[in-house]
Design a protein around this ligand. Structure first.
Ligand SMILES: Cc1cc2nc3c(=O)[nH]c(=O)nc-3n(C[C@H](O)[C@H](O)[C@H](O)COP(=O)(O)OP(=O)(O)OC[C@H]3O[C@@H](n4cnc5c(N)ncnc54)[C@H](O)[C@@H]3O)c2cc1C
Length: 490
């Protein structure tokens, strides 16, 4: 395990290939620094004895103690610890912890590479395990570029007018492959050591060129990171942990990038490409059951705070609203716990969370976010939008006036009223707040995709049989058993 200082030093050595507003920018550009702070905290937390049981795992490859973000889940306990870690870290930093794309990509690859080797006699799993030894020894920060730019949505990769709209292999050589294309919405690529690339979707037999997976240093020749950096509005005097946050997302261009064979994890195996895509999405939705529980709890806490500071915490509509929000926090987290408890094992030995519970938790999280914004806005009142500038609170003439007229609940100081409403404004009425709203809806897959998965994986015949039996209609088989059958992955 390395320290956050070592992580920052390593990122500082990367070749400049991050672009913003038409210019090549330093990775430690002030706009990007908030994201680096969050990524760095994943190293601090792992070294904090308070999180030792959760943030540190034992490698099943080497037996060494490793940062859990570099671990392949071996058991139900691993899945539960990953979910707890995600929730605790996210609530500590106040948002996305940013390292789950990496762990979720690694776990998906552990299954898909193993299965490809069993079926095709390839050596991807060996490549993968050698790569994992490096990931764990060096505590690499990894991101996952799965989402292709995708062109015209209804058309498959091979049917697009431009074949590069899904990333593809353009040349196979004795020493490696050359890939071309672009990945969208690539979170944290500006400050990660490596980018894991996975297919976006299942592939059919004639889509071998698009069935490719690999991992490569983020500053490899030919990679351009066209970055968008987001952060809560910066403070001048009223410092607060929330204003140290940030995140970046990029359009990552792969312009004829060379990938050596030892870093290639799939190349033409269409069935396993689909598996890699599906498993990344599944692990990522499991992560969301931790991180979105934390985000929903931040909204619940902020709403309760707004009620207290406005002096309305004992009114019935506030209590009902808070009960509804707490229920959502608990259900999202419970879905992840149930998914972990109801896990299965891949042939590679990797533990797989239950698909329906993961998708149900992620879908609830995505669909609830607009309601959470609405609840906080409703109970905080309009000041969350119209709060005067921070400088005015520190102006010799205006400051005392603002402190006089911001007062509500007399037990709360003017400064704390100001702090609370500055937080609500940052959370909802800022570029950052708008950005996070769409992030919480689409990140990890849009709600419609979860509906597709839930419908696909639930045994509706079993449900219908229960109804038929109650109606006295003859059925085949038995309706006994509380849970639906676990999905078979083979
Ligand atoms: C803040 C943020 C961070 C993200 N980070 C990452 C990341 O780090 N790595 C990563 O790989 N991805 C990341 N994503 C991508 C995320 O998973 C996608 O946004 C999500 O899967 C939706 O894809 P899309 O944005 O291309 O939307 P689209 O696919 O364009 O969807 C738009 C709408 O069209 C519908 N639609 C799409 N295709 C069809 C079709 N064929 N038929 C009918 N309807 C269709 C969708 O259901 C949706 O309603 C991130 C997204 C966000 C917003």
């Amino acid at each position: 395990m390395i320290t956050s200082h070592q992580y920052r030093e390593r990122i500082a050595k990367l070749r400049p290939n991050v672009y913003q507003k038409g210019k090549l920018v330093d990775r430690f550009d002030p706009t990007i620094r908030g994201g680096i702070n969050v990524m760095a905290s994943t190293y601090d937390f792992a070294n904090d004895p308070e999180y030792a049981g959760i943030g540190v795992a034992t490698s099943h490859i080497t037996g060494e103690k490793i940062n859990r973000y570099t671990h392949i889940h071996q058991s139900m306990e691993d899945l539960l610890n990953k979910q707890k870690m995600t929730r605790l870290y996210c609530q500590e930093v106040g948002g996305c912890i940013q390292r789950c794309m990496g762990i979720d990509g690694l776990n998906a690859l552990s299954i898909a590479t193993y299965d490809a080797d069993q079926k095709h006699g390839t050596s991807y799993y060996k490549n993968f395990i050698e790569f994992m030894k490096q990931v764990q020894a060096e505590d690499l920060s990894l991101v996952c570029a799965q989402t292709d730019v995708k062109g015209n949505r209804p058309w498959r990769p091979g049917k697009q007018l431009d074949p590069d709209l899904y990333l593809r292999v353009v040349e196979k050589r004795s020493d490696g492959i050359i890939v071309k294309g672009a990945k969208a919405h690539n979170s944290c690529s500006a400050y990660a050591d490596e980018i894991i690339v996975l297919p976006t979707r299942n592939m059919v037999a004639d889509e071998k060129d698009w069935a490719v997976a690999f991992s490569i240093p983020s500053d490899t020749e030919g990679i351009k990171i066209i970055n968008g950096a987001f952060a809560p509005p910066q403070r001048k005097k009223l410092e607060a942990p929330y204003s140290k946050l940030g995140i970046s997302h990029s359009l990552t261009i792969f312009d004829n990038v060379f990938i050596p064979w030892n870093r290639v994890f799939l190349c033409g195996e269409t069935e396993q490409a689909g598996k890699a895509a599906l498993f990344f999405a599944l692990y990522h939705r499991h992560s969301y059951c931790g991180c979105k529980a934390a985000l929903s709890e931040v909204f619940t806490g902020a709403t309760a705070l707004a009620a207290e500071y406005n002096g309305i915490e004992n009114t019935q509509h506030v209590r009902h609203q808070l009960a509804k929000m707490i229920q959502i926090v608990d259900l999202i987290f419970a879905a992840g716990v149930a998914a972990s408890v109801n896990c299965t094992k891949a042939d590679s030995g990797t533990a797989i969370p239950d698909t329906n519970y993961c998708n149900a938790g992620r879908m609830l999280a995505g669909e609830s976010i607009y309601g959470e914004y609405e609840a906080l806005a409703a109970i905080a009142g309009g000041l969350a939008a119209t709060l005067p500038y921070e400088e005015d609170f520190y102006d010799a003439t205006l400051g005392p006036l603002l402190e006089k007229y911001i007062m509500r609940n007399p037990d709360i100081s003017a400064e704390n009223q100001h702090r609370a409403f500055r937080l609500f404004q940052d959370m909802m009425s800022s570029v950052w707040g708008g950005h996070k709203l769409i992030d919480a809806l689409h990140g990890g897959g849009s709600p419609v995709i979860e509906k597709v998965a839930i419908y696909r994986d639930h045994n509706l015949e079993h449900s219908k049989n229960i109804a038929k039996k109650l109606a006295g209609i003859p059925i085949k088989g038995s309706t006994k058993g509380i849970f639906r059958e676990k999905r078979s992955w083979y």
